[in-house]
Design a protein around this ligand. Structure first.
Ligand SMILES: [Mg+2]
Length: 329
């Protein structure tokens, strides 16, 4: 972006975010660096996520507000998975040449920030800086860095599970994949909709920040379900040095799956991905409440010795292979 255009653009973002001093943020957008002061006794969490057009979203499928929401959500979900609280977000955004000189482009960027900043506001995550650039070609690329904090030594890790631990998930599975199927069938309906009507697991998933925070004294290991239960459980098992058994009948299926054949519903719940729920384990004797921070917790299986990850269905055990379902963007 030309220097003048970039300055005007940064000013317009700063006008929307404010030069905010809140929580850990001492100084936000406008200086060479942001200044952060984590609470005493806390460690800093850092996570970074690309949001690439054609890979993570399509302009003809996804409303721009949902792209902005999901861009921030992916980082917040990682902070939640570690049991942390968000401190600040940093966004680098590359847009095609001349994008914001056209009304449609300006509207897209405006809606993108509306979605991102609404979630930032709702979660107390100030947008504290970033960068803009001209993208090569006609694609939009966003890179977000999230900083969070967690009391020293209490971050939830993937490697803390032991044989015999029970496996749980928050919320429901498969909803994001089911909604993406609906969008792919009728994108116009979704592009034109006004999203003030609640549950959109693909377009506007909720970060499980409060649940993650409250799980710190309960969970032995945790991560977020971004790639799909079958893939993410494998990561948890690899880091913990365990195997696992998942009970198909125990999986909390998202209500959107009720319209599908049971076999397809099970596939989406196991492999669908992007549900951004928390997958965690707890010692077998640990009391785990049925809900935490307003979110349902469901026991779906157990960690086992060895390295095999199995799906139990109707009393029969089969290997649970990662993936098996690809995003059709
Ligand atoms: Mg993650």
């Amino acid at each position: 972006m030309a220097a003048g255009g970039e300055l005007a653009f940064i000013r317009s973002i700063r006008d929307r975010t404010g030069r905010s001093r809140r929580g850990a943020l001492r100084l936000g957008i406008g200086d060479d660096c942001a200044v952060l002061q984590p609470a005493a006794g806390c460690e800093v969490l850092v996570t970074t996520d690309f949001t690439l057009e054609g890979r993570h979203f399509r302009r003809d499928l996804h409303p721009a507000a949902a792209v902005g929401h999901r861009c921030l959500l992916r980082g917040l979900s990682d902070i939640a998975a570690m049991g942390g609280k968000p401190m600040a977000a940093f966004l680098s955004l590359a847009m095609p040449r001349g994008f914001t000189t056209r009304a449609a482009g300006r509207r897209w960027v405006d809606d993108f920030f509306s979605g991102l900043l609404a979630l930032a506001e709702a979660t107390g995550t100030p947008l504290a800086g970033g960068d803009t650039a001209e993208a090569p070609g006609n694609t939009i690329l966003a890179d977000i860095v999230l900083l969070g904090s967690v009391p020293r030594g209490t971050a939830l890790l993937r490697g803390g599970a032991r044989t015999g631990d029970a496996i749980y998930v928050t919320g429901e599975l498969g909803g994001a994949a089911a909604e993406l199927q609906q969008i792919s069938r009728n994108p116009r309906r979704f592009l034109r909709a006004a999203y003030d009507d609640g549950d959109h697991p693909h377009l506007f998933p909720s970060p499980r920040l409060k649940a993650g925070d409250q799980l710190r004294p309960i969970a032995s290991a945790a991560m977020d379900v971004s790639d799909g239960l079958s893939t993410d459980l494998r990561h948890l098992c690899e880091e913990s040095g365990t195997g696992a058994v998942v009970h198909a009948a125990a999986l909390p299926l998202h209500p959107l799956l009720s319209q599908l054949q049971p076999k397809e519903a099970l596939q989406l719940a196991l492999h669908g991905g992007e549900d951004y729920e928390l997958l965690f384990t707890a010692r077998s004797g640990k009391r785990v409440p049925p809900r935490i921070a307003g979110v349902r917790l469901t026991r779906i299986g157990e960690m086992t010795s060895g390295t095999h990850i199995l799906l139990e269905r109707g009393g029969k055990l089969k290997p649970l292979r990662p993936g098996g379902w690809e995003h059709r963007l």
